[in-house]
Design a protein around this ligand. Structure first.
Ligand SMILES: [Zn+2]
Ligand SMILES: [Zn+2]
Ligand SMILES: [Zn+2]
Length: 389
């Protein structure tokens, strides 16, 4: 099998449950929905919703998240919840009752060994075909470390570290992680070069601030990889990460307050620290596209076009890494190979996303850009506020 052998089908999670566990599984999903959306969805007295209803709830969840985004004030990046990740990487989950996704499973029970606990799997399990991990579903909630960047669970004696906000990072992602402004500076230069190469030079000064998840939650009340704060966003100061140090298995950070200047079209771009450079760069490209549109004047775009364009830029940035990326991505070392795999993982993550704005929006904008070119597509959007047909 080639190094990319497991990529053939793209990233997907397979879920298999034995018949008698259906209810538990549905309840687990229900609980995870409840946890992540405590206030936004009223679950009422619903007992065990059928999968269709879970799908609808997930849809509702997504829409409520989208509608709570005030595009005129800020643009949130990508959500982090595991459930969302699972949904996003599992495009094959059918929505109709006739083809429920857990029904054909039980036969394979007792023949599988979990990669995490190394015991035979007798209950619900998941498989990430992308990284080739198979594991008991319980590990998603029993405290087993899961890397916040590549989503791989800790296996064997891999040494995961804990970031200051509780996120876990695997050693492979740690290797190129952006931990403080010093790491971020060359990345910012690179993303500027990327935009310049597309004839979209950003001449406007935009503070790019690394923050931890606690600060993202304080500001946005939800988990995001990054965000762009526009003029109307009511926020005077950001506690940003100025330095990080590793103590044992934990990362500690020093934070300082950055006052945001009033009266600027883009007050700041916030990025969640600790992600591998390639992943953080994709988020930065996404947020810089929002900033670019704001500075150039693209007001009132429909959300799928605004987010779709930004996702196209993140995706392009990842593709650009294949030939413009650092030397550490080249060669045959395990580290270089991991980075190339991570790049594909991130790309597929964008391509297969379910969300109306981020997923569907991306695919529609990408189609237009491939057909008409980026320049014409942008000109058309600026003029008509919609994609060329
Ligand atoms: Zn966005
Ligand atoms: Zn297990
Ligand atoms: Zn990782």
């Amino acid at each position: 099998m080639s190094a990319y052998g497991f990529l053939d089908e793209g990233p997907s999670y397979e879920v298999q449950f034995s018949e008698d566990e259906n209810e538990d599984v549905v309840r687990a999903i229900e609980l995870s929905l409840q946890e992540s959306q405590a206030k936004e969805i009223n679950m009422g007295d619903m007992e065990f919703p059928q999968i269709d209803e879970v799908e609808e709830l997930a849809q509702e969840l997504e829409e409520s998240t989208l509608s709570s985004t005030d595009l005129s004030a800020s643009t949130g990046g990508i959500e982090l919840e595991w459930w969302k990740l699972f949904k996003d990487f599992n495009p094959s989950v059918p929505t109709s009752k006739g083809t429920s996704w857990w029904r054909k499973s039980s036969k394979q029970c007792n023949t599988l060994v979990c990669d995490v606990c190394e015991e035979q799997i007798c209950s619900a399990w998941l498989r990430c075909t992308y990284w080739g991990q198979t594991f008991c579903q319980k590990h998603t909630s029993d405290g087993t470390p899961c890397c916040c960047a590549c989503s791989r669970f800790k296996i064997g004696d891999m040494k995961y570290i804990t970031l200051s906000d509780g996120r876990k990072l695997c050693p492979d992602c740690r290797h190129t992680a952006v931990m403080d402004p010093e790491d971020c500076k060359p990345l910012l230069d690179e993303v500027h070069r990327f935009f310049k190469g597309l004839n979209m030079k950003i001449r406007y000064y935009i503070p790019i601030l690394l923050v931890d998840n606690d600060e993202i939650i304080r500001i946005h009340k939800k988990n995001l990889f990054g965000s762009t704060l526009y003029e109307k966003f009511e926020l005077d100061a950001v506690n940003y990460v100025t330095r990080s140090t590793q103590k044992g298995k934990s990362i500690e950070v020093v934070k300082e307050v950055e006052q945001l200047l009033p009266g600027r079209k883009v007050k700041a771009v916030l990025l969640l620290y600790g992600f591998p450079k390639i992943a953080l760069g994709a988020t930065l490209a996404h947020e810089m596209m929002h900033a670019w549109m704001r500075v150039q004047g693209y007001p009132g775009l429909p959300l799928p076009i605004e987010e779709g364009l930004s996702q196209v830029m993140a995706h392009k940035w990842l593709e650009w890494q294949s030939f413009a990326g650092d030397d550490y991505m080249k060669g045959t070392s395990d580290k270089a190979q991991f980075l190339r795999n991570l790049k594909e993982f991130l790309k597929y993550g964008i391509e297969k996303r379910h969300s109306e704005a981020y997923g569907h929006g991306f695919r529609e904008v990408k189609w237009a850009v491939e057909r008409y070119g980026l320049r014409y597509t942008l000109e058309h959007i600026a003029r008509a506020r919609k994609l060329p047909k």
